[in-house]
Ligand binder design. Structure first.
Ligand code: JB8
Length: 269
């Protein structure tokens, strides 16, 4: 996969040299290019921003440096596939999810446009559609100072899904969000640490019981921390043990969805 990132702070992307993603680059799985937007300016002061039409606070990124940079990126596309995907981090974008990470992981070419200030002139986003499949994307409902930190998160989430990046592919299937539930708690040695014991079931050697306990913990945690996930969880054809776990946590299954039983509040953590 080729990834191009355009930013006025290319040094912000330095962490992509490290760890799994850095290794993927060394191994030739990921061909990552970071571009300085200012190198596509033509004026003496390398200007990338200007005042907003209509007034208001802050500055807006000028269109021409972006069109020059993105044209160069589009022309660098590998192979003869379709349009590359252009991700534009924005608080006004669709949410970045594990499902979107999986969608992006099968693309041949991704590009990321990191805005700063109040964002990029909207005409760039429209025009870029001639060359890219454009996706404004938000990490979550909070505001960053620019797109760079969001790109670090998205490149890591996508990069680790590429074949050969994560050593054991099993660690990809059994993790948080892959089945719509939060992950169960994990423990390692020592068995007693500062008077706190590892749950006895995990030392029992009974792998059926352990699997059942872990599943129950997934439901308990999801109910407590992310009830929004349980509301959309497909409980239509769950095994008996899973239905029982949900029952114990105060849920009935109605039309294939867990629904909190009348008069049951969220149990305290
Ligand atoms: C200027 O919070 B964010 C985000 C914030 C931004 C820009 C891009 C993304 C550009 N502020 O996802």
């Amino acid at each position: 996969m080729r990834i191009d990132v355009v930013s006025i702070f290319p040094e912000y992307l330095a962490p992509l040299e490290l760890s799994l993603i850095g290794k993927a680059r060394q191994d030739g799985i990921l061909d990552l290019h970071v571009h300085d937007l200012r190198s596509y300016t033509t004026d003496r002061h390398r200007t990338v921003d200007d005042t907003p039409y209509g007034g208001g606070a802050g500055m807006v990124m000028k269109p021409e440096p972006w069109s020059q940079a993105l044209t160069a990126v589009a022309e660098a596309r590998p192979g003869h596939g379709g349009k590359p995907v252009l991700i534009v981090p924005s608080p006004a974008g669709e949410r970045f999810t594990q499902a979107l990470a999986h969608e992006l992981a099968v693309e041949e070419h991704l590009a990321f446009a990191c805005g700063r200030y109040e964002g990029i002139d909207e005409r760039v986003i429209e025009w870029a559609g001639d060359h890219f499949d454009v996706r404004p994307v938000s990490l979550g409902d909070y505001v960053l100072n620019g797109g760079e930190v969001a790109v670090l998160a998205m490149v890591e989430a996508v990069g680790r899904l590429l074949p050969g990046v994560v050593g054991n592919p099993e660690s990809l299937v059994e993790e948080s969000h892959s089945d719509g539930l939060l992950e169960y708690p994990v423990y390692t040695k020592p068995a007693v640490w500062r008077d706190r014991e590892v749950p006895a079931i995990l030392l029992s050697g009974n792998h059926g019981k352990i699997a059942q306990w872990r599943r129950h913990e997934q439901f308990r945690r999801t109910s407590e921390r992310r009830p929004d996930l349980l509301e959309v969880f497909d409980a239509g054809k769950l095994p008996k043990a899973d239905r029982l776990a949900l029952q114990e946590l105060g849920y009935d299954i109605v039309d294939g969805r867990p629904v909190r039983r009348q008069g049951t509040a969220e149990p305290a953590g």
